[in-house]
Design a protein around this ligand. Structure first.
Ligand code: 2DT
Ligand code: MG
Length: 213
């Protein structure tokens, strides 16, 4: 279908701090949408499989060091390299679910304290704007009851708290929905599924907007 007359799919993003259950919820959401007859695709950022993604993977595993600015730009490039695919799917009437997006890009980089918020947002300006962002919100208390962090860069409680405060600063009520992630996986899943169905209906005839434009 064409950009002007077509019925497009919705762009739905899951964001949140580590351990909030994003990846599990992404999988469950995709299954539920498919069962409901909604064509959809799942992508995760960073996409560690591209050439740029492989460098990002090394950085996260601490086998490679890069300046804060350089890794920030690579994370952004890693999104831009998938934009043609995402746009094509959306315009084809298929919904796209993303496990992290530019909000993680800004929150994790700005939390380092070496780059200001506006600078961090710059490279992602103009990306397809999500129709809905679920922010999976986990309280400190609930987080401490879950498994310990892994060994990747950023997987530290104190840093995660800074990240969360920046997520809160950059939220846009036009598409941002805070989800109580302290609840059971099933309860969270039900809410995400219902809200996603509504958003898919509402987005059908809307243009794809540009993020932070
Ligand atoms: P996963 O554990 O979800 O693979 O993320 N990150 C992510 C950034 O610093 N900038 C970004 O743009 C993105 C998408 C968050 C790996 C880590 O990478 C961080 C956690
Ligand atoms: Mg991780």
């Amino acid at each position: 279908s064409s950009e002007s007359g077509g019925r497009r799919g919705a762009l739905i993003v899951l964001e949140g701090c580590d351990k909030a259950g994003k990846s599990t919820q992404c999988r469950l959401l995709l299954e539920a949408l498919k069962d409901a007859g909604k064509p959809c695709h799942l992508f995760a950022f960073p996409d560690r499989n591209t050439e740029i993604g492989k460098v990002i993977d090394q950085y996260l595993k601490c086998t490679k060091n890069l300046s804060d600015e350089a890794i920030h730009l690579l994370f952004s490039t890693n999104r831009w390299e998938l934009v043609p695919t995402i746009r094509e799917l959306l315009l084809n009437g298929e919904s796209v679910v993303l496990d992290r997006y530019a909000f993680s890009g800004v929150a994790f980089s700005a939390a380092k304290g070496t780059m200001d918020l506006e600078w961090c947002m710059g490279p992602d300006v103009g990306l397809p704007q999500p129709d809905l962002v679920f922010f999976l919100n986990l309280t400190k208390e609930a987080a401490s009851k879950r498994d310990d962090f892994g060994r990747e860069r950023y997987e530290k409680t104190e840093f995660q708290e800074k990240v969360k405060s920046i997520f809160m600063k950059i939220q846009d009520p036009a598409y941002w929905k805070v989800i109580d992630a302290d609840r059971s996986k099933e309860e969270v899943q039900k809410e995400l599924f219902q809200l996603s169905l509504e958003t898919i209906e509402k987005s059908k005839n809307k243009p794809i907007l540009k993020l932070w434009d």
